[in-house]
Design a protein around this ligand. Sequence first.
Ligand code: MLT
Ligand code: MN
Ligand code: ZN
Length: 302
Amino acid sequence: MKIRVLGSAAGGGFPQWNCNCRNCSGLRRGSLRGVARTQSSISVTSDSKAWALVNASPDLLHQIRGWPQANPARSIRDSSIAAIILVDGQIDHAAGLLLLREGSPLNLYTTAAVREDLLEHFPVIPMLEKYCGVNWLEIQPERILSVANLPGLQFRAIPIAGKAPPYSPARNKPRLGDNIALAIEDTQTGRVLFYAPGLAAFDDSIRAEVARADCVMIDGTFWIDDELIQQTIGHKRASDMGHLALSGDKGLLAELERFPHPRRILVHINNTNPILDEDSPERRMVEAAGIEIAYDGMEIDL
Ligand code: MLT
Ligand code: MN
Ligand code: ZN
């Protein structure tokens, strides 16, 4: 299996258009060592020909321009993206669907809960019906899912603790399927990627998935639970937004350190997170633990 990180940042990207936090202003001024990042998306393939796009970010066009394999040019209009799979209906993961409207009908895989939001509350599915059309297919929790034109990969959705998007009436009334993680297996090699860009809690079902995986790409959104409050940016905690912070005794890093086997990579990193500063002590802590930090264009051969 091959994985390409199209976008490694959380909603807003890095630097964020209106943000003057230490990281964003430092990167803009050139006083911070780091790299710009676009919003959260990966792509996965078993044969380097047909790819599953996992999350469609609002930065998708930019991400595709920097990715030569996205257009193999077999016909006047072409794309190697065979299917699109969403782990939630958040704007950073779903708004990019609108940017694929010029092609043939989209093979779109979501849970029933996410579909409801994309039909009623952020109605990209009915909108796309007037352009390219959508073949919607349901992702059912814990069922093995084979995806159109991607016979070499199998997907399994693990329902996880998280939050529906702010625009959803389910924001404070959680439904099964608002947020999923994916275990993606290459059927030839048996190698498994566990992908969870949003994760509110690290429980035993997640521990079992991480133990089984060969590579883990996981929620690196916030360093500390009150990061936005400390930086006077907002009042929401990481936990209010469905993210488990990295630091602390019960933080994600402490959990990941117990699983040295899989390659462990942080994704969906918010622009306020000090690990984006390549000279920060937080960055050194992550690297010392053997944990990697995803960047746009990162490719993994698994
Ligand atoms: C989140 O996952 O909480 C988001 O990145 C929020 C957003 O997309 O605005
Ligand atoms: Mn997000
Ligand atoms: Zn910022």
